[in-house]
Design a protein around this ligand. Structure first.
Ligand code: SF4
Length: 479
């Protein structure tokens, strides 16, 4: 995957995609702002949400053990997976043991992160996404570009074309007279999916939350497809990142207020499904929970960086981000796009690849993401810390050399004075002209103009304006 600026450049050239993204993010953003403004204690809720997640993360090992005990006591089987490969192997083995060659899936970021669909396909098992937007992405052989609205980059006529050409290859075809009316598209998806729901013996889900003290897993969704998967099949396999654990049932009350308002701009989710182990003659009779690390312990080890594990995947930060709005999600090279992707991916995967070293720079540092985040993740702080990590690792060599040169100049008043004289001389030569490109600063001036140097320093200005003998001396040095 190339660095973010290269992918972003080609994304910026897609005019239709930019229009789709702008329309969708602005609509969700306005809805969110309206319903958040209805809650006078919103800030207190944000603090309570952050505190609950911090409590879970600070004592993660204890809460995970408690979760395992609660789940096991209620009839679920718990599996532990160090990484994606192990998690995929566990799920494939469980599905094979049931003797089936297909599963239905609830939308889940964790399963996308570990590329479970690909692993199942390699094992000869069909994995059918049942969320409408995920279905569009899957049928279109595409990748998701938003956490909550994976097909945000597609408009209605593009979706109609995908349904018409692809549905028949994997099940019930779309009607011949399908139009791009939302109701007709939804009907086509409903009929296509219904035959899969009714014959599926195994479902795979993630979980938005896992409550340690009760052993309850929770999925919130808008379409009801999740509830079909979580109740109809005989076997349910839930793939859950270890950071999803919440200490108590009371904490869930806070999260279920924060999440719907932040994500879809709704006061509550249309469907909230909770399952606690196995119950006779009600729901799946076999429940497996795969608890996945896949780099999360590494993130947890960093006292600043671990904030990113508070994320409840609401996508509010994406919808307010000026960078995401223009580039869309594919440029981030991961299932986690936008501001949270820019801090989570480099922590989960390290900063050695081109894309991961570039992600901390995929931000204007405007801070809108922090203001929107329901669990108060200070994304700008994390971005700055990660930029430091990238520079220390030898990435961005030109920037690193420039910073060393700046430190050398700023540590000696005489050097600073000489540099200032040089800069003001350059300012007088350049005059009013805009400097668009400077040899040697290629990457930096490719994307922005060089600020024109001033024609005099602050000290010179002060001396000129206050020529009464009290002004600072240009040569006086940096006190
Ligand atoms: S970082 Fe915050 S705003 Fe962004 S998806 Fe996660 S919880 Fe939502």
């Amino acid at each position: 995957m190339p660095a973010f600026p290269a992918s972003a450049r080609s994304a910026l050239a897609k005019t239709q995609q930019r229009a789709n993204l702008r329309g969708a993010t602005h609509t969700i953003r306005a809805k969110r702002a309206q319903v958040v403004a209805e809650v006078p204690e919103w800030e207190a809720l944000r603090v309570a949400g952050a505190d609950a997640k911090d409590e879970a993360l600070t004592h993660l090992a204890d809460y995970l053990e408690q979760l395992e005990e609660s789940l096991t006591a209620r009839g679920a089987a718990v599996h532990w997976a160090r990484d994606a490969e192990e998690a995929n192997r566990i799920v494939v083995d469980l599905v094979r043991a049931k003797g089936v060659d297909e599963v239905v899936k609830v939308k889940s970021m964790a399963t996308q992160e570990i590329e479970l669909n690909e692993a199942l396909e390699a094992a000869g098992i069909g994995a059918w996404e049942t969320d409408l937007a995920e279905l569009i992405v899957q049928l279109g052989h595409d990748r998701p570009s938003h956490i909550l609205v994976p097909a945000i980059h597609k408009n209605r006529s593009e979706i109609r074309d995908i349904f018409t050409s692809e549905m028949g290859k994997v099940g019930r075809p779309a009607p011949d007279d399908l139009t791009d009316e939302p109701a007709r598209l939804a009907e086509a998806a409903r009929l296509h999916l219904r035959e899969k729901f009714l014959r599926a013996k195994v479902a795979v889900s993630g979980a938005n939350f896992a409550v340690a003290d009760t052993g309850t897993l929770v999925v919130v969704e808008s379409e009801g497809n999740g509830r079909m998967c979580l109740t109809l099949p005989e076997t349910l396999i839930s793939v859950v990142g270890i950071e999803k654990v919440l200490p108590t049932w009371g904490d869930l009350g806070v999260m279920l207020q924060l999440l719907p308002r932040s994500s879809t701009g709704e006061r509550m989710n249309p469907y909230t499904t909770m399952w606690t182990g196995v119950h006779d003659d009600d729901g799946p009779q076999e429940v497996h929970v795969v608890l996945v690390d896949n780099g999360r312990s590494h993130v947890l080890a960093d006292p600043v960086g671990r904030q990113a594990l508070r994320c409840i995947r609401c996508s509010a930060c994406l919808n307010v981000c000026p960078v995401y709005e223009r580039t869309g999600g594919h440029a981030y090279g991961s299932v986690y796009p936008g501001p949270i992707g820019a801090v989570l991916n480099p922590q989960l995967r390290g900063t050695t690849s081109e894309i991961d070293a570039s992600l901390p720079y995929a931000s204007s540092l405007c801070g809108a993401c922090f203001d929107a985040c329901p669990v108060r993740i200070d994304i700008p702080e994390l971005l700055v810390q990660l930029r430091g990590t990238v520079v220390e690792q030898g990435g961005h060599r030109a920037e690193s050399a420039a910073m060393r040169a700046a430190a050398w100049v700023l540590s000696d008043p005489k050097r600073l004075a000489i540099a200032q004289r040089g800069a003001t001389l350059a300012g007088r030569i350049v005059g009013d002209r805009t400097v668009r490109r400077v040899p040697g600063l290629g990457g930096w001036t490719d994307a922005r103009d060089l600020p024109t140097p001033p024609t005099e320093t602050f000290r010179q200005w002060w001396a000129r304006e206050h020529a009464d003998g009290h002004a600072g001396d240009e040569q006086g040095g940096g006190r």
